[in-house]
Design a protein around this ligand. Structure first.
Ligand code: BG6
Length: 487
C-alpha cells in the first residue's frame, strides 16, 4: 500500500473517537495500514501532540473492538499521530498545515500521498475543500483523496451545489463519499453471495421472489442531536442514503469479479429503473410517523416532542415505511418494502426475501406450508438464514418450517469503518457512494420531501418500543403480505 499522510479534520470530535481511531488501530493490529503512515489531527482545541495521543489512546480503550493490551505496539501506533490547531476558515492555518505535512513527509521519506478526511459538519465541506485547493495541500506530486461523511446535501439542489463546489478541487475519482452501511461486512458480502452461488443467483428474479423487506430499526431516540435530526428526519437521515444503498446492493445483477466501475454502473441503473414517485402518490406508498412515549426493554422513554431541543409542534418523521418498485426485467412486479425508525422495539438491520407461494396440493397444505424466506442479518448480529418447509415425523408428518442458519461471532467481524478506511487508503471506491447514485437518490426522494413539507402525508404516532404505526402493517396487508419477524 502506498505510504500515506492521513489528514483528519474534526480530530477532537465524537466520530473520530468512536469510529475512526478504533478502526485505524484495528487495521494497524491486522497489519493493514501502510508501512509508512502518518496522521495529522486537526481541531480548534489547543491540544499538543502528547495530549492528542493521550486522547486517542483513551478512545481506543473505550471503543476499540480489540482491547489494546500490548503497550509497545500501542506506542508504535500512537507515534504516527501529530496535532495541529486549525480554524477551518483561516487561510494561514492551511499554510501551517502544509508545512507540517511536508515536514512529516520528509521525516518519513515518503511521497506526498494525502488523504483528507472530513469528519466535520456538512457546513464546512466546501470551505475545507476550497482551502485545500488554494493552499497547495492538494497539488503535490502524489495522489490526493477526499473522504467525506454524510449528509451529502439536504435535498436535490443543495447536493448538486455541493458536488459542483467540491469538483472544483477534486475529481470524482478522488472523492470518497462515506455511507457507513456500505462498510458493513454483510452488505459487502451481498454481491459475492449472489455472484458465486447459483442457488441464489438463479432465484434473484421476479419469477421466484414475492417481495423484499428491508428494515433498519433502532432503539435509540434522537439522543443529543435535536438540532440536526429535527431538520432531517428519518427520510434524510437514513432513507435517502443507507436504505437506498441497501436496495441497490441487493438488487444489482453482476457477473463474476466485477470491477468497481461495473458495480457502480449497475447501482446507477437500479436507481434509474426505480419507479419515480409523484408527489400526489406519496401518501399511498409512504408512511411517516413519529414516536410518542412508551417502554423499551422495560424502561419508560419519553416521546419525540418531549425530547430536549424539540418543539411540541414538531412534525418531524422518526419512522418511514415505503413501498417501491424497480421497473426492470428482473424485478418488475416485486414490491420492495423499506422501513426505518427510531425508538423501535429492537435494534436490527435485516433484509428478508420472501419467495413466491410454496406448491400446494391440498387444503391441509394450504394451511401449513409457509413461504421460503432468505434472511440477511446485517447488524447487530451478522448471519444468513434460509427457511424451508419439511415434515415433522413426531407430529403426524405435518409441515414444519426449519431454518438453515449461519451466524458469525460479533468479535470476529470488522467494523464498517475498518473496511471503508482500508478501501480509501487503497483507493478502491467500490463501497463508496458515487455522485450518480447520490444524485439519483435525492431525485427519487425529492417529491417525498415536498409532500412531507406540504403536509400531503399524514404524520402518524407510534408508541416507543413497538414496530411502528399500524399503518405500516396496513401498507403490506394491502398486497397480502406482512412484516416478518415482528414479534
Ligand atoms: C447514522 C444516522 O447515519 O446511522 C443515525 O445519522 C443512526 O441517526 C445511525 O443512528 C445508525 O447506524 P447503525 O450502524 O447503528 O445502524
Amino acid at each position: 500500500m502506498d505510504p500515506t499522510t492521513f489528514v483528519l479534520f474534526g480530530a477532537t470530535g465524537d466520530l473520530a473517537k468512536r469510529k475512526i481511531y478504533p478502526a485505524l488501530y484495528n487495521l494497524f493490529v491486522d497489519q493493514k495500514l501502510p508501512e509508512s503512515f502518518s496522521l495529522i489531527g486537526l481541531g480548534r482545541r489547543e491540544w499538543t501532540d502528547e495530549s492528542f495521543q493521550a486522547n486517542v489512546e483513551q478512545s481506543l480503550r473505550m471503543f476499540s473492538r480489540r482491547e489494546p493490551d500490548d503497550s509497545a505496539s500501542m506506542q508504535k501506533f500512537l507515534s504516527a499521530f501529530r496535532y495541529s490547531v486549525l480554524d477551518i476558515g483561516r487561510k494561514e492555518d492551511y499554510q501551517k498545515l502544509l508545512q507540517l505535512v511536508e515536514q512529516r513527509e520528509e521525516e518519513l521519506r515518503i511521497s506526498p500521498n494525502r488523504l483528507f478526511y472530513l469528519s466535520v459538519g456538512p457546513e464546512f465541506f466546501e470551505t475545507i475543500a476550497a482551502n485545500i485547493g488554494e493552499s497547495g495541500l492538494g497539488s503535490a506530486d502524489g495522489w490526493k483523496r477526499l473522504v467525506i461523511e454524510k449528509p451529502f446535501g439536504h435535498d436535490l439542489q443543495s447536493a448538486r451545489d455541493l458536488n459542483q463546489k467540491l469538483s472544483k478541487d477534486f475529481t470524482e475519482e478522488e472523492i470518497f463519499r462515506i455511507d457507513h452501511y456500505l462498510g458493513k461486512p454483510m452488505v459487502q458480502k451481498l454481491e459475492i453471495l449472489q455472484q458465486s452461488n447459483p442457488v441464489i443467483h438463479a432465484l434473484w428474479t421476479n419469477r421466484y421472489i414475492a417481495n423484499v423487506q428491508i428494515t433498519a430499526n433502532e432503539t435509540v431516540g434522537v439522543e443529543e442531536r435535536a438540532g440536526y435530526y429535527d431538520h432531517v428526519g428519518a427520510v434524510r437521515d437514513m432513507f435517502q442514503n443507507h436504505m437506498l444503498q441497501l436496495l441497490m446492493m441487493l438488487t444489482i445483477h453482476l457477473p463474476n469479479n466485477s470491477s468497481s466501475e461495473r458495480v457502480r454502473f449497475k447501482k446507477k441503473k437500479v436507481m434509474e429503473d426505480l419507479e419515480p414517485i409523484e408527489k400526489q402518490n406519496v401518501a399511498a406508498n409512504i408512511i411517516r410517523a413519529q414516536y410518542k412515549a412508551g417502554t423499551i426493554q422495560g424502561k419508560p422513554v419519553i416521546g419525540y416532542t418531549s425530547e430536549p431541543g424539540i418543539a411540541d409542534s414538531s412534525m418531524n418523521d422518526t419512522f418511514i415505511a415505503a413501498r417501491l418498485q424497480i421497473d426492470d426485467f428482473f424485478w418488475r412486479g416485486v414490491p420492495f418494502y423499506i422501513r426505518t425508525g427510531k425508538r423501535m422495539k429492537e435494534k436490527s438491520t435485516r433484509i428478508v426475501i420472501e419467495f413466491k407461494e410454496p406448491l400446494k396440493s391440498s387444503q391441509a397444505d394450504e394451511d401449513s406450508k409457509v413461504p421460503n424466506l432468505l434472511v440477511f442479518e446485517i447488524s447487530p448480529n451478522e448471519g444468513i438464514t434460509l427457511q424451508l418447509n419439511t415434515r415433522d415425523p413426531h407430529h403426524k408428518g405435518e409441515f414444519t418450517p426449519i431454518n438453515i442458519d449461519f451466524h458469525t461471532s460479533r468479535d470476529d467481524v470488522p467494523e464498517a469503518y475498518e473496511n471503508l478506511i482500508f478501501d480509501a487508503l487503497h483507493g478502491d471506491p467500490t463501497f463508496f457512494a458515487h455522485w450518480d447514485e447520490v444524485e439519483l437518490s435525492w431525485k427519487w426522494v425529492q417529491p417525498v420531501l415536498e409532500a412531507f413539507e406540504e403536509n400531503l402525508v399524514p404524520l402518524h404516532l407510534y408508541a416507543a418500543g413497538t414496530y411502528g404505526p399500524a399503518e405500516s402493517d396496513a401498507l403490506l396487508a394491502e398486497d397480502g403480505y406482512h412484516w416478518w419477524f415482528d414479534a
